[in-house]
Design a protein. Structure first.
Length: 287
């Protein structure tokens, strides 16, 4: 398998890549997007190395994928000729599966507090939907949400769980970033979401798929990457002023990569079907 240079690009889910770096092989470059990504790609291409860029979103940052694609458009034709953009590390469906697998290791009498760094209002709202699916298909009675740097924050999340009768709260990260435990007397870590070996397995699968599409079909991944955030934000709101559309060919999993990659996604339990996950509402209270 052709591999060359692998560049993992991080966003708000990983503190611009810093939180995921410890899980990656030292040969994998881990950078934030924008100029740093462009600089690393150009340096590798100048050495004659093929480059695969992998957006390290877990499914909550489609803008990271689109931004990476726009950045790679800044390469000259010779640099682009040996550069591919992989599909994102994970989708929302993968994230639900990974959270469910993590939750399955937590004693049933614990409340679950699903946490992630705050993003824009739409990705924050979607975290409530994901947590609702974890509760729906799991065995824990109480599942709440907390946003690092947002509202409710982890301390408030623990208080909510305690107010609902939980003696102990397990904090489950839905991101690469793991928050500090706000109340060690009553809460414990339920993570990490993925181990280093699981992360390596998924990353290798994304890289292999990207080069396969390039070598077999001439697909560098940029057109698909540019549309990754098409259904994100105001353009996909069904509230007042939102547009109406048919859901038959308007996939909520961003086209042909809204699926579980089977055995190649280590630690991923069976993902909830996209149609089911879209039908189940999120709410601020998940009880």
């Amino acid at each position: 398998m052709r591999r060359g240079t692998v560049i993992a690009v991080g966003g708000h889910e990983s503190d611009d890549g810093r939180a995921v770096r410890r899980l990656l092989d030292p040969r994998v470059l881990c950078v934030p997007g924008g100029r740093e990504l462009l600089r690393c790609v150009r340096a590798s291409r100048a050495r004659g190395e093929p480059v695969c860029v992998v957006p390290m979103t877990l499914g909550r940052d489609p803008e990271l994928v689109a931004d990476a694609a726009r950045t790679l458009l800044g390469l000259d034709p010779q640099e682009r000729a040996g550069t591919v953009l992989a599909e994102p590390f994970g989708t929302a469906e993968h994230l639900v599966g990974w959270l469910r697998a993590t939750a399955a290791r937590v004693p049933e009498d614990r409340a679950l507090l699903v946490t992630a760094p705050s993003g824009d209002p739409f990705v924050d709202a979607d975290l409530f939907r994901l947590a609702r699916l974890v509760r729906q298909y799991g065995r824990h009675r109480t599942v709440e949400v907390a946003l690092t740097g947002g509202d409710p924050d982890p301390a408030e999340g623990v208080r909510r769980c305690r107010a609902l009768g939980a003696e102990r709260v397990a904090v489950l990260p839905a991101a690469w970033v793991t928050p500090r435990l706000p109340d060690p007397e009553h809460c414990e870590s339920g993570g990490p979401l993925l181990t280093a070996s699981a992360t390596a397995g998924v990353l290798d699968a994304r890289v292999a798929d990207a080069w396969h599409r390039h070598d077999r079909h001439g697909d560098d991944g940029l057109p698909r990457g540019l549309t990754a955030a098409h259904t994100h934000g105001h353009s996909h709101s069904h509230g007042p002023g939102g547009h109406e559309h048919e859901h038959g060919d308007h996939a909520h999993g961003r086209g042909d990569h809204a699926h579980s990659h089977g055995g190649r996604d280590a630690q991923g339990s069976q993902a909830v079907p996209a149609a089911v996950s879209h039908a189940l509402p999120f709410s601020r209270s998940l009880r």
